[in-house]
Write a protein that binds this ligand. Structure first.
Ligand SMILES: [Zn+2]
Ligand SMILES: [Zn+2]
Ligand SMILES: [Zn+2]
Length: 274
């Protein structure tokens, strides 16, 4: 399993357009970036490629990394930074199965699968495959399981992707607070590589209108607002899942410059072979 981090940023990315903060300026100077979220997973045994989420930066990411176009894809939730790149497949792919959860979201009255199918009904190449969370489905030779996470007000999913032949396992937290349900944690546990949402360090919770949540014993918030884990929350989750290796993703340019390029914060273009 070959994992390429196509996009490791939050919804505005780093550098953010029009921003001259120290972190965005440092990223420009270093020639590094964090575009909007997407992960490319190749099955070296079958020669197939699976894409997790359609970043608005889809075209640029595939040009930059020179990875093969996907044979199938998964959409974790319907936020702009994860879905709105899907239109890029128009006149690029002849056919593509797009897997998405089949549970109805009380907020929208639709499942992720239904919203994708409705929003992109003009897009003939795609076939949306409604998928039951917490049940493994075979995609590109991998056993893939969508797991419910906590990203209010929308439903959202993390993922476990396992190679049944080699035992290699990639887990993704998805966009989530620290309150990942126990059943989901069981599926995500013991990954060779965990990609965990860590939008900002906990110290920045003071700047959020509603602050942080899910404090640890030292009072450090593991959730920023309601939707995302702090760096500290993501690292705690990694520890609890007993991840062999962890990269923090979905990172905002609000990380202070001195912390923004520290380990284990990911940058676009990182490649892992599991
Ligand atoms: Zn900035
Ligand atoms: Zn989101
Ligand atoms: Zn997001």
């Amino acid at each position: 399993m070959r994992v390429t981090l196509l996009g490791t940023g939050d919804t505005t990315g780093t550098p953010t357009v029009g921003c001259d903060c120290d972190t965005c300026e440092a990223a420009r100077e270093r020639g590094v970036e964090r575009t909007r979220f997407s992960v490319h997973v190749e099955n070296e045994r079958t020669g197939e490629a699976l894409l997790v989420d359609f970043s608005p930066d889809f075209r640029y990411q595939f040009l930059r990394e020179s990875v093969p176009l996907p044979d199938a894809a998964i959409i974790t939730h319907i936020h702009f930074d994860h879905l709105d790149g899907l239109g890029n497949v128009f006149r690029v792919l002849d056919e593509l199965d797009v897997y998405a959860a089949n549970e109805t979201d009380p907020q929208t009255g639709e499942s992720v699968a239904e919203t994708v199918a409705n929003d992109y009904d003009y897009l003939d190449p795609i076939t949306v495959v409604p998928t039951t969370p917490l049940e493994s489905v075979r995609i590109c030779g991998f056993d893939v399981t969508l797991v419910p996470v906590d990203h209010p007000p929308l439903i959202c999913y993390g993922l476990a992707i396992e190679d049944p032949e080699t035992g290699a396992k990639l887990s993704l937290s998805g966009d989530t607070s620290y309150a990942v349900p126990d059943r989901s944690r069981e599926v995500l546990a013991e990954p060779d590589l965990l990609l965990a949402d860590a939008i900002v360090p906990a110290a920045l919770c003071d700047a959020h209108p509603i602050g942080g949540r899910h404090e640890n014993d030292d009072g450090v918030a593991r959730t920023f607002g309601t939707k995302h884990m702090t760096r500290e929350g993501a690292l705690a989750l990694a520890d609890e899942l007993n991840a062999t290796r962890t990269r923090l993703v979905h990172l905002a340019h609000f990380y202070p410059e001195a912390e923004a390029f520290e380990e284990p914060l990911a940058l676009d273009g990182e490649i892992y072979t599991l």
